[in-house]
Each structure stands twice: as C-alpha cells, then as structure tokens.
Design a protein around this ligand. Structure first.
Ligand code: SF4
Length: 392
C-alpha cells in the first residue's frame, strides 16, 4: 500500500526545507544551559553525527539569544559531513530558538535563529494569563499587536515560526472557554495561525504536544481537520512531551508520533527523551522507518517461529540482517515455514523461508526462485538473487 502523506506547504528552515514532499525531518533539542557554549556545540555535533537535521536550543532571555549567536558563530564554518547525513545545508545545521514566553526575546531570536518557537499559551505576558479574560476580541487584538513586530522581523530575516501549543500550558482564558481539552489546544493554535495569515506570514510550523499520548494524537488529528476546513496547509511538528526515558519514553513516542505518521500527518518529529539529545535520533529514524514515513534502511519482516519452524530461525534472522545491512529501501522477510510464511510475509521484496529440516526456499516477491537450498548456503544464495535482480 502506498504511503499517502498529507501535502503541506514547504517552509524553509535555514536552508533545510520542511514539508511538501521533503523527507519527514528529524530534530532534537539540547539539554544544557545555553551559556555552556562548549557543551552546546559538542551536543549539537553529536546530534548531527547521529542524523539530526535541526537542533533546538532553549532561549528564554535576551542573554540566551547572545549565547545562541555565539553557538551559531562556532558552527558557522559548517559541521563535518558524516556518513548517512542528509541534513545539513552546505554543512550548516539550522538552529531553532525555543522562546515560549517573551515577545522581546522572540524578536531578538528571530534575527539569529532559523526558526523561533513560541507557545500561544504563555506568549502574551502583557496581561496576566492567570486571570480569566472573557473579552476575546480584546485579547486577540493584544496578541495580534504583540505578534506583528515579531512577524515583521521573521519576514525580514527569512525566519520561520513554530506555533507550539502544549497541553500543560494552555492559558486560563482558553481553559475557561474550552476546558483542558484537545479543542482548547486547537483553538489556541488557530488563533495565532490566523494572526500570522492576516499579516501575510506563512512560514509557519504548528505542533500540539502533550505527555498524554491520546490527547496529543486526538488534538493533532482535530487540528488537521480544522486546518483543512480553513484551507491551511502548514507543516506539522510531532512530539510527545515528557515522554520519559528508556523503553517507556520510546514506546510512548512511537505510539504518539507513529499513529499520526501512519495517518500521513507530520513533517518533522522530535522524540523527547530524558536522555542526551543524540540518543533521540535513532529512535526517531526507527519510528519513521516502522511507520514507513521515511525509509532509510532495509525493513525486515520475520515471524516469531512455532512448532512448524524447521530451522534455527533466530540465528537466520541475525545472519540475514548482517549480510544485508548495507542495503536500503528493501523489505526482506525471514519466515519459519512455507505453510504460512509466503502468505504472511506480505509485500516483502525477498523472502528466506523454511522449507523443511535444513532447507530454505528463496523468494523474490511471491515466487520461490530457488527451492530447497541447504541452510548453510541460503544467505549467500539470497544475496546472489538480490544482486542478480538489482543488476538486471
Ligand atoms: S510462518 Fe510458519 S513457522 Fe512462522 S509462526 Fe507462522 S506458522 Fe509458525
């Protein structure tokens, strides 16, 4: 089945385009104080080496914007091109300023960063968001007035803007009106997006994040529905906030981000782990691969094995993976028996299927092209078939 991705507009992020038919981009965020320039640069380089295409840095104050500039200067000669690195535009890794609150800081950051992230839930600090505001017009007028200069600077510097709403930081006004709901998250986001549109600013990326996977998925689906109704085609950034660490964090991220990717939603992802940023990257590429949103390596399909298995299945999977790890974009199946294996290996390009004790059939698509190959020669024969077909 072909992957149908929701078509979004292309937004330039420091020379590495996002959206449209560009690959779903992988990003991460550093976790050190912004003032730790050496530490930041080292983390960024490790993240780029792992495959990060954008790196976000927390920039809550004007002093942090200065540090961001210093980090950018340190990286201005370009980052080393690593094997498999598809990201950097002329070796320059786009830096994203994570601002959240302050319009003044956002304006300063927009002159330095490739993209600035603001949070509509806490961006308007000229009024106290903790006090209920019932006069929507007045609030929106204030928000508009405060966003206008930022959008002007973004236009002037070619800087993109992420309108990043978080479930945990909705304003009191939104909470009073819509409650702590996906609808509230959607409304808070759309208010800011409409202001950008009215200023003819369209270099926007949107995100709705929550540590609750169901809320994150439901809110993002709802946002896409509403954006489609309003003819908005802005790219989506996906992530589960505070996902945790280890297996828990990986599972939560895979479910939240993966559910949306298989819907065809999502243009950039960040796997948010309580670990150093470079460890997020392989997880992100794994999620993209598993959801078939971005294929960067061979996909393996293998059955668990059962009483019908007639050879050492686990060993065979390991051997096939080792022998074919250099291939990309292929689907290779290793199945325990010819009774169910060929049917269950679905759309695999090649198959290694147990045919009897110590015997393997090699499949190309749904056809057994070599039959009853001795198990100790089967991997070699599989490679021959792949090479033969590739050359033909
Ligand atoms: S494909 Fe065959 S060996 Fe594998 S689990 Fe199914 S029935 Fe068992």
């Amino acid at each position: 089945m072909d992957f149908q991705r929701r078509l979004t507009r292309v937004v330039n992020i420091g020379g590495v385009p996002l959206g449209g038919t560009y690959p779903v981009r992988v990003q991460t965020m550093t976790n050190l104080p912004t003032a730790d320039i050496d530490g930041q640069v080292a983390q960024i380089l490790r993240s780029v080496k792992a495959g990060a295409e954008y790196v976000r840095i927390t920039t809550p104050t004007l002093a942090d914007v200065e540090y961001l500039q210093q980090i950018k200067n340190r990286l201005s000669k370009g980052v080393p091109a690593f094997a498999g690195m598809t990201s950097a535009s002329n070796g320059i890794i786009p830096l994203i300023a994570d601002v959240h609150f302050s319009p003044k800081v956002a304006i300063a950051a927009a002159k330095v960063a490739a993209k600035v992230r603001i949070n509509p839930g806490n961006f308007l600090r000229t009024t106290d968001n903790r006090q209920p505001i019932t006069d929507n017009r007045s609030y929106l007028d204030q928000l508009h007035a405060i966003m206008r200069p930022l959008l002007g600077v973004c236009k002037e510097h070619g800087t993109a803007l992420r309108i990043g709403t978080n479930h945990g930081s909705l304003s009191e006004r939104i909470l009073n009106q819509y409650g702590d709901t996906p609808e509230g998250m959607v409304q808070a986001t759309l208010e800011a997006v409409r202001i950008c549109q009215s200023e003819n600013f369209h270099d926007i990326v949107v995100s709705l994040k929550s540590s609750n996977v169901k809320v994150m998925v439901e809110a993002t689906r709802l946002l896409v529905q509403r954006m489609d109704q309003e003819g908005m085609d802005y790219p989506l950034h996906l992530g589960v906030t505070e996902a945790g660490e280890g297996e828990d964090g990986r599972l939560k991220s895979a479910i939240g981000i993966g559910s949306l990717l298989v819907d065809g939603i999502g243009d950039t992802i960040r796997v948010s782990l309580t670990e150093d940023p470079e460890f997020e990257i392989p997880v992100a590429f794994g999620i993209l691969q598993a959801s078939r949103a971005r294929i960067t390596r061979t996909e393996y399909i293998s059955c668990p094995g059962c009483g019908r298995t007639t050879f050492k299945l686990q060993e065979a999977v390991k051997k096939v993976k080792e022998a074919t790890a250099h291939l990309t974009g292929m689907k290779i199946a290793v199945m325990g028996c010819i009774v169910n294996g060929p049917g269950e290996m679905a759309d695999a390009d090649y198959g290694y299927v147990g045919a009897g004790p110590g015997k393997v059939h090699i499949y190309k698509g749904k056809n057994a092209v070599l039959k009853n190959v001795a198990e100790d020669q089967a991997v070699e024969k599989l490679l021959e078939i792949i090479n033969y077909v590739d050359k033909s």
